[in-house]
Design a protein around this ligand. Sequence first.
Ligand SMILES: *Cc1c(COP(=O)(O)O)cnc(C)c1O
Length: 372
Amino acid sequence: MTSKRFIPIAKPIIEEDEIQAVIRVLKSGMLAQGEEVKLFEQEFAKYIGVKHAVAVANGTAALDLALKAIGIKEGDEVITTPFTFIATANAILFQGAKPIFADIDPKTYNLDPNDVLEKITSKTKAIIVVHLYGQPADMKAFKEIAEDHKLYLVEDAAQAHGAEFMGKKVGSWGDIAIFSFYPTKNITTGEGGMITTDNDKLARKARLLRDHGQTSKYVHEILGWNFRMTNIAAALGRVQLRKLDKFNSIRKRNAEKLTQSLSCIKGIITPYVDPRVKHVWHQYVIRIEENYPLSRDQLMNYLKESGIGTAIHYPIPIHHQPLYRKLGYPQDICPNAIDASKKVLSLPIHPLVSSEDIEYIANKIKEPLDDQ
Ligand SMILES: *Cc1c(COP(=O)(O)O)cnc(C)c1O
């Protein structure tokens, strides 16, 4: 193994069948939202185990429409995690509502139900849980909290296609859920998103909102947007969906091999897996502690020079982002999220990473200890 080849942190798998599916749509001339989108929605709903799936242009649009569908508006508070991609919290701002940040569980990096309970006020309307890195949040606890306090439960499953909590797929636990098909996610459509729900009214509202509030041709019932998915993207997504379980099982194999090799290394904390979940390993995230010979950023550079791509998910908790500082968020809240942002490092485990690559990555992480 030479370090000439670079192992990227993420890379989509596009094979001949994806290419043929896209060509078929291009040749049909029916490029915008149509039959392919409808079939993708039906197949996705069946896979997740919900009544409705509504395809949209991207995951951010899906979050925006999910919150509009449940009626989040100015003056409302929505509780979520500051340790996620910015879109989760921004979707709350899009509604003129206020994101309220609760802290994460330092073991799973997911929202801590106990801290969410502390943050509920008379203005709270919803909780957005994120299944970070492909590991489901504690949906049993969150479902109870939502029921007890009459709150909407929204799942951001942008990183968790196919993940399960207590044998039930994420995207089917909350009132409404969203997925993303950005090229780094477990399956891709180039750009794309999906809303899933069992609620007929929420599904109808989401369908209207994504298409100019149109009920029949040029009849517009409510204010809507153009957040439609193309047939081209849907055709790609249908082929990818058929491969999702296979992709996820390779991610799991790679993750388990890495944990085996890394768990004995001083100063490296390997991912904790909640025994109640099926984890789909969107990211494999280690935590670098002080007793490891290199700092997190030094290790990142060292791995890059060795031909291994890594990333930090996420280097800045959302309440520390310039946008949120300006909104006046106190900087000392959510200490577990702040601590995690300084110590986490994601390693490549996507399906194009081979077992030999995994061995190489593990050996490179061990090397700085041998030099001591
Ligand atoms: C990717 C992602 C999104 C946004 O999806 P896009 O398709 O990129 O708009 C939202 N939330 C989380 C947690 C994500 O990882």
